[in-house]
Design a protein around this ligand. Structure first.
Ligand code: SF4
Length: 342
């Protein structure tokens, strides 16, 4: 059987250029790590050099799909001529079959029918929408400058254009509660995104949120609140068979340098997976009579998320008196994330 390999994603970071907004949490330079990007816009030559470099390093494996991804900023809010320059630089690779598709991220209110048509004729196949929240109050308090209705409209237009559509959600935005976050996740799931990313809200130097935080007007989630909330949102998407492809921001030196407060952890996604795993194991063990011992079988590859960071989950099971009810069995053939009693 042919080996299936994950696609090679060639990242190109654009920042702030053309973005008409300043969301309260945003200092895009810190998030993308592209310092001074506003004064030094990426040009076509940089696009070409980056793609060539990645293709050369990847060994041009024909079995591997290749995507060029424009991350950061709001691509379709850029000047159309500049969008044209960036996308045109990728066209020779698409025509030669060396790149399969282009993906980009943008704001929901920067999508209309003409934009979808433009993207489609330039080989864009995947669009990630910065949804952030599905609650108009939270969107307003976060300075997003768009409403939930814009999200639904953008999904519809992109789908009609034959694109795959992803949604980025944030947790811990001003005005959000656990209930509103869960309601929002269900509303996004109802739009059937092809995939979702979930990011905790962080207080970044230079953002409007930093000023609110300094004035005591905004309190970020603690790390454990964010992990628990993210786990509940992921469960919503899991139930709807919508892949959650990332939880937590990509660690970078610039992000860590400008981070003032908030639930940052370089392995945030692992913490969430460990939390979900712990919840499942706890439910299984709690159903065993206190004087019985059963075998708990887990995938061998899940041992570290079973243990949790610094063995925390194992310690919590012991503190709850549940460890003594089971013997652990590692099964190399068991699917991941499926603890079960034998
Ligand atoms: S729309 Fe995106 S780039 Fe613009 S301020 Fe908001 S988060 Fe930053």
């Amino acid at each position: 059987m042919a080996e299936i390999r994950s696609p090679l994603v060639i990242p190109l970071f654009i920042a702030h250029q053309g973005c008409p907004h300043r969301c309260v949490f945003c200092n895009q330079e810190s998030i993308t790590g592209r310092q001074g990007a506003a004064s030094q816009p990426m040009r076509a030559a940089e696009v070409v050099a980056t793609i060539d470099g990645w293709l050369a390093r990847s060994g041009n494996d024909p079995r591997r799909a290749v995507q060029v991804a424009f991350y950061g900023g709001s691509f379709t809010a850029l000047d159309r001529g500049y969008q044209q320059e960036l996308l045109a630089a990728v066209q020779p690779y698409l025509e030669a079959g060396r790149v399969g598709t282009i993906r980009l991220s943008t704001r929901p209110d920067a999508i209309d029918a003409a934009t979808v048509s433009f993207l489609r004729t330039h080989g864009v196949g995947v669009v990630e929408l910065g949804v952030q929240a599905m609650d108009d109050r939270v969107l307003a308090a976060s300075g997003r400058g768009h409403a939930v209705a814009d999200v639904a409209a953008a999904f519809r237009l992109l789908r009609e254009g034959g694109m795959r559509v992803g949604g980025q959600l944030m947790i811990g935005l001003p005005g959000e509660t656990t209930v509103s976050a869960l309601t929002g996740a269900r509303a996004l799931a109802a739009l059937a995104p092809d995939f979702v990313r979930i990011y905790p809200t962080l207080v970044i130097r230079g953002s409007a949120l930093a000023a609110r935080y300094a004035a005591g007007a905004y309190r970020p989630l603690t790390l454990w609140q964010a992990v628990a909330r993210c786990a509940r949102l992921k469960a919503v998407f899991d139930r709807n068979r919508i892949p959650v492809v990332r939880m937590g921001l990509q660690p970078s030196p610039s992000l860590e340098r400008d981070l003032l407060a908030g639930p940052y952890h370089p392995a945030f996604g692992e913490l969430v997976l460990a939390r979900i795993f712990f919840n499942r194991v706890r439910s299984l063990l709690a159903a065993i009579p206190a004087d019985a011992i059963r075998t708990l079988s887990i995938a061998s590859a899940d041992l570290s998320i079973y243990r949790g960071q610094r063995n925390l989950s194992v310690q919590r099971l012991a503190a709850l008196g549940l460890s003594s009810r089971m013997q652990l069995r590692l099964d190399p053939g068991q699917p991941r994330q499926t603890p079960r009693l034998l």
